[in-house]
Ligand binder design. Sequence first.
Ligand SMILES: Nc1ncnc2c1ncn2[C@@H]1O[C@H](COP(=O)(O)OP(=O)(O)OP(=O)(O)O)[C@@H](O)[C@H]1O
Length: 462
Amino acid sequence: MALVNRRKGMEWRAASWMARHPGMTGTPAALAASVVELGPVTTGTVMAGLGAAGVSWYRGHPETFDRFGAPVLRSFRRRWLRYVGRRWRGLMIDCEFGRENRRTGHIEVPRLVRVRSASPSIDTLYVKVLRGQSLKKFQDAADELSMALRADALGIVKVKPGVIALTVVRGNPFEQIIDPAEIPADSSDVDLSALYFGEDEYGNDWTEPILGNHLLGVGAAGSGKSSLMWNPLRAMGLAIRDGLVRVDMCDLKGGMEAGNARPLFNKYADDPDKALQVIEAFRNDMKTTQRHLKDEGLRKVRVSTETPLRVLMIDELAMMTALGSSSVTRAAVKLLAEIMTQGRASGFAVCAYLQEPTKDILPVRDLFTRRICLRTTAENHADMTLGDGMRVKGALADEIPADEEHAGIGFRVDQYTRKPIRVRAGNVADEDIEELVRTCPAPTEDTSNVVEFRRDEDEDAA
Ligand SMILES: Nc1ncnc2c1ncn2[C@@H]1O[C@H](COP(=O)(O)OP(=O)(O)OP(=O)(O)O)[C@@H](O)[C@H]1O
């Protein structure tokens, strides 16, 4: 075939643009058809009705609108304003991703195929690269791209052959330190299905359910993991005091984190051997509770002083699952797997915290039902913690600056939309922990007729 030195005709280019953007062409076409067929009054009335329905959704149910409606509208607006044709083309040429077609002389640029905007501060741009361009070329130009896109953090990954995703994060919605969870005035005010952890980037309360769940907090040293532990403890405060929630604590930082808060806990361990005993006893209590529920013909526990919610907290979980002696880690992994697969209905929850979420360190990672990823040291930790593809969608946990101003900031996944949401945990200071220990010590007498595990005498004495 002879070589041609002309571009495709304008009408053909317009036709292929229309085929690629059916919404942009289909909507005006449908409107025009409606005006012709039904008349301008009917069309106007339908449009006004749709507009009014949208406004009443926005005003009447902000939670569902922000969750489902806003991302769609925001993606559309950003695609056709912020990243519209000429702007995108200029940006690509300025960052030297344009290339002259030698035959036609036309400057070709990587094509923006899709824009998704999971939250006001996160855009994911899916880009079809030109033939001969590599992922590395984009990664090498990350600084230039980040400046041109006015991004505070930029992630660049391959999505499929020929398509990359640029994840653009702008601004820090959390310039203020967030207050810690309040200790409720009464144990009946404790909501075990929505414990306060902090705020999300929209300024809404960030809560997590603990009843029927297991929670994993991942973050590098100094990322603020302790606030993922103390906020739920404060939020459960009076329920701990009143015996509705019993917490066993394994503080494998050698007692540095929770050593001063022992009165809060039903059982406490600060080394792997003692922790293994605590975990084993927790599993045995779970078995006893399961038998009790079976005898009563119940499928689920009702939290009461007889059958309290049992929480096993483990700080520096890696010490139990990988870094301790092999006999301890083997036994601990087995016990944790048993507790996490069977404990939800009987009211036995695990909350664990660690720095590195790889399968070698945490073989039972997938059994955690709620996961939070604070600042990490490696790119792939966000996907390992939150689920595949979450980094592309915006969870750039490895780009969170490693300073105290950004401690407690991280990502969680919205259970309905499966999108990452930026969150910041409340900052729990030493005085807040002291207040909790002072006001909410666990009952020393074991009132339960189901769970027979008691504190050791020597611990009480201490
Ligand atoms: N939610 C928060 N908001 C603001 N600052 C915080 C928050 N959480 C922790 N910090 C501060 O960040 C610092 C480190 O926090 P923290 O000790 O919780 O980190 P960590 O992840 O537990 O680290 P390590 O694993 O090394 O113990 C502390 O000085 C703390 O005051």
